[in-house]
Design a protein around this ligand. Structure first.
Ligand code: HEC
Ligand code: CU
Length: 329
């Protein structure tokens, strides 16, 4: 006897695949902080309410077409139309609007606290310039990664150096646009340590999809230790061949490595680039091989990005440069 093989219909398979995308490091359903948990709750409330209302409307439609005559008559009464067509939508939508406003306030209430951490992020084509503000007013510049302590409110000051970008870190908060000539503020906090991914969410040109970043939430003590390391200059490389190449190939015209004479501002700060999780704004893992690939083929990896092409290095020069950059931890 033949047993029926369980088959996954294409529809079910597609649904499962789509849902799988809701889990994990870049998910608006992850709810890893108070702001995103409230947004997730609002999403469910709206989804379930909309589903119920849709079913109800379909039933009414059915009754209107094929129901008993006296039901149909009731449906056409002025009272029904006023209650169902005007009062009900006005009440429901107003309630949702007020609830939505209360959610917007969750983040703002968070940072009323004095101890909020302040970070500024500038959107660039196609990467993120990040600066951490210290208590003494000094700042430390970094790029393409955000580190935050758990349990502490964070205020991110968002601006842009060129076109409109949008800063979106779905595990913690909703997206906020980065608009020329304006500073927008985003507030959230992280409940527990972890690594999540963020993405530019407003089309900003060809490589927009390749403008991502990682956010790392760390226990407060680890965060303080990390920030102290980040603030420090790069370790002296003592004549490392890679450092020489870096300094003589013009890299320092666009990149800063604090503690060396490289002080360019055009591109990401590389003082501690070796310690980041990714390079190229979230597109390559941080390994020596990736540095080699980025330097020699970045125009293929991220077409039209603003770094000059460097396709003339020999294999050993690339290795030296990569080893040097990876050592900048
Ligand atoms: C004309 C300016 C310019 C020069 C010169 C330049 N870069 Fe860049 N570099 C950039 C820009 C802009 C980016 C960001 C590109 C992006 O992600 O869109 C970048 C990105 C990088 C990154 C990735 C940084 C990160 O945070 O992930 C590395 C590594 C890098 N450059 C290394 C070098 C090296 C090595 C040299 C010299 C051989 C060099 N760059 C020369 C502008 C420059
Ligand atoms: Cu973008």
């Amino acid at each position: 006897m033949k047993t029926a093989r369980p088959r996954l219909s294409p529809f079910v398979a597609l649904t499962l695949l789509t849902l799988a995308g809701c889990d994990g490091e870049q998910s608006a359903f992850a709810g890893l902080g108070p702001v995103s948990s409230r947004i997730t709750l609002l999403t469910w409330i709206m989804f379930i309410a909309a589903a119920l209302i849709t079913v109800f409307i379909c039933l009414l439609l059915f009754v209107a077409i094929a129901g008993p005559a006296d039901w149909r008559r009731k449906l056409t009464q002025v009272k029904t139309v006023v209650l169902g067509g005007i009062v009900f939508p006005v009440v429901t939508l107003s309630a949702l609007l007020i609830y939505g406003f209360s959610i917007l306030r969750v983040g703002e209430n968070l940072v009323q606290a004095e101890n909020a951490l302040r970070i500024s992020v500038v959107g660039e084509r196609w990467w993120w310039r990040v600066s951490y503000r210290h208590d003494d007013g000094h700042t430390t510049e970094a790029a393409n990664e955000i580190r935050i302590p758990t349990g502490r409110p964070v205020e991110i000051e968002l601006s842009t150096a060129d076109v409109i970008h949008s800063f979106w870190l779905p595990a913690y908060a909703g997206k906020v646009d980065m608009i020329p000539g304006r500073i927008n503020r985003l507030h959230f906090s992280a409940d527990k340590p972890g690594i999540v991914r963020g993405q530019c969410a407003e089309y900003c040109g060809g490589a927009h999809a390749l403008m991502a970043f990682y956010a790392v939430a760390m226990p407060p003590d680890d965060y303080d230790a990390w920030l102290a390391r980040e603030k420090a200059d790069a370790k002296p490389a003592r004549g490392h061949a890679g450092e020489q190449l870096f300094l003589t190939s013009g890299c320092g015209g666009c990149h800063t490595v604090r503690g060396t004479r490289a002080d360019g501002k055009e591109g990401p700060d590389l003082t501690h680039v070796g310690g980041r999780l990714s390079i190229g704004a979230g597109i390559l893992p941080n390994t020596p091989e990736s540095f080699g690939r980025w330097i020699s083929r970045h125009q293929q990896l991220k077409p039209e990005n603003l770094m000059l092409p460097y396709d003339f290095f020999t294999e050993s020069e690339l290795q030296a440069l990569s080893a040097y950059l990876k050592s900048l931890e």
